[in-house]
Ligand binder design. Sequence first.
Ligand code: EPZ
Length: 419
Amino acid sequence: MEKIIVKETKELKGEVDISSAKNSVLPIIAGCILCPEKIVLKNVKMLEDVQVITSLLRELNSEVEYSEITNDLVINSYNINPLEETNELVRKMRASFLIMGPMLARFGRCKISLPGGCNIGSRPIELHLKGFKALGANIKQGHGYIEATAKKLIGNRIYLDFPSVGATENIIMASVLAKGTTIIENAADEPEIWDLINFLNKMGADIYGGGARKIIIKGVQNLHGITHQPIYDRIEAGTFMVAAAITNSMIKINDVNEEHLMPIIEKLKECGVVVTEEENGIIVDGRYDKSTADIKTLPHPGFPTDMQPQMMALLSTIKGTSLITETVFENRFMHVPELLRMGANIKIDGRTAVIEGCTKLTGCDVNSTDLRAGAALILAGLVAEGETRVGEIHHIDRGYKNIEEKFRKLGVNIERVTI
Ligand code: EPZ
């Protein structure tokens, strides 16, 4: 079993490069199913989740090649088969469910195992299905499978009760080749949504914004091959911004823009962190006195739920009382018991955590319960007395490529060991 061992760090120094966004790359790879020509995706890191979805496309007879040297991922779905007898790979990763929309659009049918829940929530899919049905698909469920069929998808107006990222992405991809126009109301507005839209429009789709949380998709006949570089990972960037804040350090984060990071920058500024924009990135200066802050996670442009555990680690070290309310997922406080083991003082009251910041955490054995919780435990380990040994790090590898190498380059005494 692998663990990440991180020792108390006095200060971070230097700069860090950010990979392409996992939550952009995954829907974009699913979107390649729509196109019968070669697509080149640049600067893609072969994360665990990317490995799963590309393996699924290979199993469906897509041509998929990846270069560890150039980080180019080349996909040609000219010969792809419809997804009819799903497999363990879909169950392994929820995001595989994003295959349903493009499969329905390309073949008029798709049979896939129902995605499971995960540690942070039940992760329902009724909004995805509401969209497919509105476009004219017939949905059957049973024996752990879900099957969608449609002679022809017809554009329609779809209102999302919640601006679900995945449902917005699945419905956009299902609408791209439909007859007529689809309007999604109360759509998700995350940067990754607009990266997917830009990618699809480059292929020949016709998608544009229609005002607040409204996305309009005009169906087209054909799509063509392209080259696309997904946006950088704002959550990875945010994770390193918190690393600078929690260790009272100043670091540079390369090739990121402030726009996507605005909610994270604003909250860190409240805590006393100074963020300045440079030509090719941002300088994060966490060397000043820190203040408490209250956080409520919300769909973009609200504070991102994927940064909630990392901020909890930081607020656990800032003297005074901070509140974190998690409104997006119903069970995203699994990192709290692990932080308590390190000496944090946190009480949970329903969807709100009350954090009494303490001066010193202490290192010990902890376990990652989900991707971002694992990152939060590493951040806490940077300032905990002694050594922190993080287990269950397969969660972390799903969204961060070689996270320990990036921290090591910043001066952290951190290593991955097999026990
Ligand atoms: C995406 O998940 C991200 N994953 C998540 O990142 C992220 O936390 C989440 O969006 C919110 O920003 C990928 O993009 C691969 P949702 P997704 O549908 O699409 C409810 C990470 O750490 N909901 O916006 O599954 C749902 O229960 C991961 O990188 C319904 O009720 O998120 C949840 O409470 C974790 N019905 C809320 O919406 C539905 O049909 C947000 O879910 C769909 C969702």
